[in-house]
Write a protein of this length. Structure first.
Length: 307
């Protein structure tokens, strides 16, 4: 078991980040679990957040743990089946996290729009189909990434395989043929569509909040004890999540394309890119937690009131 000092340092750093991310996402899931057990009423967006948090948690574990173990020198702890499964889960959770964030942004735009007859009808339909939409998202990404396991094999195949990218714990078949290009285009198109919808809905939401703030400016001037208005706080949350999401998943897309076509050994670089890739799943739960009025309600939601 060989372990370079650079890989050891990166492994320790990744392990600490993974621990923080898993604890943060687990606290959100624990929060909703207690709300469900105690019979509290959940809003439609809470269901999306549950799926988003669950996908983020799986994403951190499936991406971070194998990479960390590889940095610690454990290169052969996964067999061929284990490699195929872990990479398949990585791709599914990555896509589902993107889809859930897009769905959340679009649903929030519908929610805060003026309540005329058309928007009321749309809100009712959106609320009704949130659950099926989340389930459909999992199914679509299960099917969309069904070819991923065929391109992955265990590290034992790395020794004499010049056409494979070495992850350290698994290997990835690198090919530049037309089929691979079309498959990558399909994945990138799916990601780009979700990112585009999320960006448009977020810009629209921030614009609506800004206009609303101007309309009720006299109310906030009378309540000058408020340092930050509710509209500002909501807009800041949206912008923070969207910015982190776009940066994180842009790096993720770069990693996907790079590992598909690259044939060189870049294990330390993969670890560095991985940290940037999982920034959103790690930071996301803490942004959500910070917007809950009482921090104790995360762990003792039975004691708090939910509007």
């Amino acid at each position: 078991m060989k372990m370079a000092s650079g890989n050891l340092a990166m492994g320790i750093f990744l392990f600490s980040q993974i621990t923080v991310g898993v604890l943060g996402n687990s606290s959100i899931l624990f929060y909703y679990l207690i709300l469900i057990v105690t019979g509290k009423h959940l809003m439609p967006k809470d269901l999306i957040i549950q799926h988003l948090t669950f996908a983020n948690c799986l994403s951190i574990i499936s991406r971070g743990i194998p990479r960390t173990m590889s940095d610690f020198g454990f290169e052969y702890f996964l067999d061929d089946v284990g490699c195929k499964l872990i990479v398949y889960i990585c791709r599914i959770t990555r896509g589902m996290s993107l889809y859930a964030m897009c769905l959340l942004s679009c649903f929030q735009v519908i929610t805060i729009n003026p309540s005329n007859s058309w928007w009321i009808t749309l809100k009712h339909r959106a609320t009704k189909y949130i659950g099926p939409s989340c389930s459909l998202g999992w199914l679509v990404h299960l099917l969309l990434n069904v070819l991923t396991p065929t391109r992955v094999s265990g590290p034992i195949y790395n020794k004499n395989a010049t056409s494979r990218m070495n992850y350290g714990y698994c290997s990835w078949f690198a090919s530049g043929n037309v089929t691979t290009a079309l498959y990558m285009f399909l994945l990138c198109f799916s990601d780009g569509l979700c990112l585009g919808l999320m960006a448009c809905s977020s810009v629209s939401m921030v614009s609506l909040l800004y206009r609303h703030k101007r309309q009720v400016k006299y109310i906030h001037s009378a309540q000058n004890f408020l340092k930050v208005s509710p509209e500002d706080r909501a807009a800041q949350t949206i912008l923070i999540l969207v910015c982190i999401f776009v940066i994180s998943y842009s790096f993720s897309s770069i990693v996907v394309i790079f590992t598909t076509y690259s044939k060189g050994p870049i294990l330390w670089g993969v670890s560095a890119f991985l940290f940037l890739e999982i920034c959103f799943p790690i930071v996301c739960p803490f942004v959500l937690i910070s917007n809950i009025k009482s921090s104790s309600s995360i762990f003792l939601p039975c004691c708090g009131k939910r509007k």
